[in-house]
Design a protein around this ligand. Structure first.
Ligand SMILES: C[S@@+](CC[C@H](N)C(=O)[O-])C[C@H]1O[C@@H](n2cnc3c(N)ncnc32)[C@H](O)[C@@H]1O
Length: 333
C-alpha cells in the first residue's frame, strides 16, 4: 500500500505554491465536466457576477455550503466582518436557488469565544428570505482533547428552506441506528418500549446524527492535505433528503469536493467553486478518480502522488520539513 500523506495544504504556502504548477484552473477559470454534468470554478464567493455567469440562468434546488468557521482553520475575520461576508454569499445563494429549494450551512461555534459565529449567523439569517427548518447536530469525533472541559465533538448543520421544497425522508426510516430506549407506552396492560414496538433497527429522520464516522487516514474517502473534509455519508444524506435525480446542487466552498462526489454518486448535477486553485484541482481529481477507479478518496496516498514522485523539489521539501518520504509503491507478488 502507498504511504504518502500530505500535511494541511491550507497552512503551508510553500507547498501550496509548488502544487499550483499541477493545477488546471487559474483564478477566474471554470472546468466544464466533459460528461456535461458538473462545473468546478476557481472563484471567490464575493465574485457574484462571475458566479452567476457560470449558472447560465439555471436555478438549483439545493445548496450545501461549508464556509471557513472563523476559527480553527483558515483566516480569522472580525466577527462583524465575517457576518457581513456571509450575508453576501447567502444573498447570492438565494438568487441562484429555485423558488422551492433547500439550503444547508455547516457552521462551528467557538466555545472559548461565546460560541461565535453561530448565534450571529442565525440572527443574520432572519432577514435572508430563508425559513429556518432544523438545527442538525452531527457527532464529530475529532474534538480538541481537553481534560478541563467537555470535549467539543459537535458539528453544527443548519437547514433552511425557500418556498416549499420536497423533503424526501418523511415517511421512511433513515439509516441512523436506534441506540437508546424510548417511547414507553402501555399496550394491552404491558409496558413496551420503542425497541419492541418497531421492528426497524433505525430511527426516523431526526436532527441528531450519531452515526457519521469522521474521516481519518484509514478510510478510503480520506483526502490527504484537506483538513476540513466532510464525511461523504453526511452529504449523501442531505442530497437524498433535499433533492431529486438530475437536480442542480451548489456548493460555494468545495475544498476536497465532497458535495460534487455525492452528486455524481446520486445522479445529481453540481456546480461548485473554491477560491483556491489547489482545492479546485483536488475536487476535479476526486471526481476523475471515482469515475476511473470507483474510489472515493486516496486513503494513505494523496491527490498529487504521481507528480510528487517525479518532482525532486517537492519530495525534498516534504522530507526536510515533515520527514515524509514519498516513494514508489512496493509491488508485492
Ligand atoms: C471548510 S472547507 C469546505 C470543506 C468541504 N465541505 C469538504 O468536504 O471538503 C472551506 C473551503 O472554502 C474555501 N474558501 C475560503 N474562502 C473562500 C471564498 N471567499 N470563496 C470561495 N471559497 C473560499 C477554502 O479554500 C476551503 O477549501
Amino acid at each position: 500500500m502507498i504511504n504518502a500523506p500530505l500535511p494541511r495544504i491550507d497552512l503551508d504556502d510553500e507547498l501550496r505554491n509548488y502544487l499550483l504548477e499541477y493545477c488546471r484552473l487559474k483564478p477566474g477559470e471554470t472546468w466544464n465536466d466533459p460528461e456535461k454534468k458538473h462545473k468546478v470554478a476557481c472563484l471567490g464567493v464575493e465574485d457574484n457576477q462571475q458566479i452567476k455567469k457560470i449558472f447560465e440562468g439555471r436555478k438549483a434546488s439545493l445548496a450545501i455550503h461549508d464556509p471557513p468557521y472563523n476559527f480553527i482553520a483558515f483566516e480569522k475575520k472580525k466577527l462583524e466582518k465575517f457576518i457581513s461576508w456571509c450575508k453576501v454569499w447567502i444573498k447570492l445563494t438565494n438568487e441562484l436557488l429555485d423558488e422551492n429549494s433547500s439550503l444547508y450551512v455547516w457552521l462551528g461555534a467557538d466555545q472559548n469565544s461565546h460560541f461565535q459565529p453561530l448565534p450571529q449567523f442565525m440572527q443574520m439569517m432572519e432577514d435572508s428570505g430563508f425559513e429556518s427548518k432544523s438545527f442538525v447536530t452531527v457527532r464529530n469525533q475529532r474534538g480538541y482533547g481537553t481534560q478541563k472541559n467537555w470535549m467539543a465533538i459537535r458539528q453544527e448543520l443548519l437547514f433552511y428552506t425557500k418556498g416549499n421544497p420536497k423533503f424526501y425522508v418523511e415517511a421512511d426510516y433513515t439509516d441512523i441506528p436506534k441506540i437508546l430506549k424510548g417511547y414507553y407506552k402501555t399496550v394491552n396492560g404491558k409496558e413496551t418500549d420503542n425497541f419492541e414496538r418497531s421492528k426497524s433497527e433505525f430511527i426516523r429522520a431526526g436532527n441528531v446524527w450519531v452515526d457519521i464516522q469522521q474521516v481519518f487516514y484509514r478510510m478510503e474517502e480520506n483526502v490527504n492535505g484537506c483538513f476540513a473534509q466532510k464525511p461523504l455519508t453526511s452529504i449523501q444524506r442531505i442530497v437524498n433528503a433535499s433533492s431529486a435525480k438530475n437536480d442542480l446542487v451548489i456548493d460555494f466552498f468545495s475544498h476536497s469536493g465532497t458535495t460534487l462526489l455525492a452528486c455524481e454518486q446520486l445522479e445529481r448535477r453540481c456546480i461548485t467553486i473554491d477560491i483556491d486553485s489547489v482545492f479546485c484541482e483536488i475536487t476535479i481529481r476526486r471526481l476523475e478518480q471515482f469515475r476511473n477507479k470507483k474510489l472515493t478518496g486516496w486513503q494513505n496516498s494523496n491527490p498529487f502522488y504521481q507528480e510528487i514522485l517525479n518532482d525532486k523539489k517537492i519530495k525534498k521539501y516534504l522530507s526536510d520539513k515533515y520527514e515524509i518520504k514519498i516513494q514508489e509503491e512496493k509491488v508485492t507478488s
